[in-house]
Design a protein around this ligand. Structure first.
Ligand code: NAD
Length: 366
């Protein structure tokens, strides 16, 4: 049987804006999903070098030329947060599908504009809440949906990093002008909240938050965004919970941990050990390994290699681009994070900022 016989679709043509950490991760994911990486645009002076680094067919000096190119079907926005909305709107206006990194935008108004523009243009808009693609996260979700955890009692966790611990550690994210008004929460807290809602199917209804900026200056730069966010919340179903978000926790590199306790059991997931899912019980707790032979089908689908052959972060991006490709080709994939999810995360960050400023509980708009 030839590839024509099985109806292999045309290879989608991708363009990436931003050639840093995420640009490189997205480039590998495009290759893994069978796409063609036609172009990359970063800062004008880095066009050729960026193309070589990402293995793109060509470098564009200006992102506006990349998004307008009739050689590109899908635009990946991997640039600093403050320019996400402008690039995404231009790409949608040019008829492209868009994978825009989180946060989708730096204000609720911008995020609404972008979400409406994607719907009006009838284009696929995806925001990489990639932790959804860990097989053991899908397994936790399937267990909860099957009633194995029981009625939820309490949910909690944290997302901790240490790369901004030092007083001189800095990045474009620390300034609201380039990163947006929330840093730690919008940058990584958004992942945690998305994952909680995705796994439990229960949405956060209201938040009460406190923020701290540990380093008020970083090198020569004044810092106007938070290093730490502590958020207490209540879900629409009335379940209470909390999360601690920090980019200044020594020794914690990318520790997203999520713990969900119900009437029957507790599920605990740690992103730094994503091959495992702990199921706590009054008697006989279990530590599940990622074994495609024992997972629910909706989790096994994301287990690409046999048990004991570790999968991780890059595989999540590969799966996200693969599922985006399927969605563009008309096959709706369950669990693909859309612009509506990105808008929700921007609303959540806005509620957290308002709560911390006004020292009160704030509802999260739907
Ligand atoms: N989904 C995830 O897990 C995840 C992880 C990390 C970062 N991100 C997101 O990805 C985005 C990029 O983050 P990063 O860590 O790759 O940053 P980075 O600093 O490593 O790279 C940013 C790149 O953007 C380009 N750039 C800079 N200014 C630009 C401009 N004005 N216009 C166009 N391009 C410009 C440059 O090529 C630069 O290398 C951010 O929005 C961040 O929140 C998402």
């Amino acid at each position: 049987m030839t590839v024509q016989d099985v109806g292999v679709p045309e290879r989608l043509r991708h363009g990436i804006v931003g050639a840093g950490f995420m640009g490189q991760v997205h480039a590998r994911a495009v290759a893994a999903a069978g796409g063609r990486l036609v172009g990359v645009a970063g800062r004008p002076e880095e066009a050729e070098q960026a193309a070589r680094l990402l293995g793109a067919e060509r470098g564009f000096r200006e992102w506006s030329d990349l998004v307008a190119s009739d050689q590109i079907d899908v635009v990946h926005v991997c640039a600093p947060n403050a320019v996400h909305a402008e690039i995404t709107l231009a790409a949608l206006a040019a008829g492209k599908h868009v994978i825009c990194e989180k946060p989708l935008a730096v204000s609720v108004e911008q995020a609404l504009d972008v979400t409406r523009a994607a719907a009006d243009a009838d284009r696929i808009g995806v925001v990489p809440f990639v932790y959804r693609f860990h097989p053991m996260i899908r397994q936790a979700r399937a267990k909860i949906a099957a009633g194995e955890v029981g009625r939820l009692n309490v949910v909690h966790g944290s997302y901790l990093q240490d790369w901004l611990l030092g007083a001189d550690d800095t990045n474009w994210r620390v300034s609201a002008a380039t990163g947006g008004p929330s840093r730690a929460f919008a940058d990584i807290g958004s992942h945690w909240c998305d994952l909680l809602e995705f796994v439990t199917g229960s949405r956060i209804a209201a938040v009460s938050a406190r923020l701290a900026t540990v380093n008020g200056e970083r090198g020569a730069a004044a810092v106007d965004t938070e290093d730490v966010a502590v958020v207490q919340f209540e879900t629409e179903a009335g379940v209470i919970g909390s999360t601690v978000i920090s980019q200044v926790s020594a020794g914690r590199k990318n520790r997203l941990s999520l713990e969900i306790s119900g009437a029957e059991s507790t599920l605990a997931f740690d992103q730094e050990n994503p091959e495992l899912l702990w199921e706590g019980r009054r008697a006989g707790s279990l530590l599940h390994v990622r074994d495609p032979q024992t997972l629910y089908p909706e989790a096994a689908r994301y287990a690409l290699v046999p048990a004991g052959h570790a999968q991780g972060y890059q595989d999540c991006f590969n799966a996200l681009v693969r599922d985006t490709t399927a969605a563009i080709n008309g096959t709706v994939e369950d669990g693909l994070p859309r612009f509506t999810d990105g808008l929700r995360a921007v609303r959540m960050a806005d509620a957290v900022l308002t709560s911390a400023r006004e020292r009160t509980w704030v509802p999260v708009e739907n």
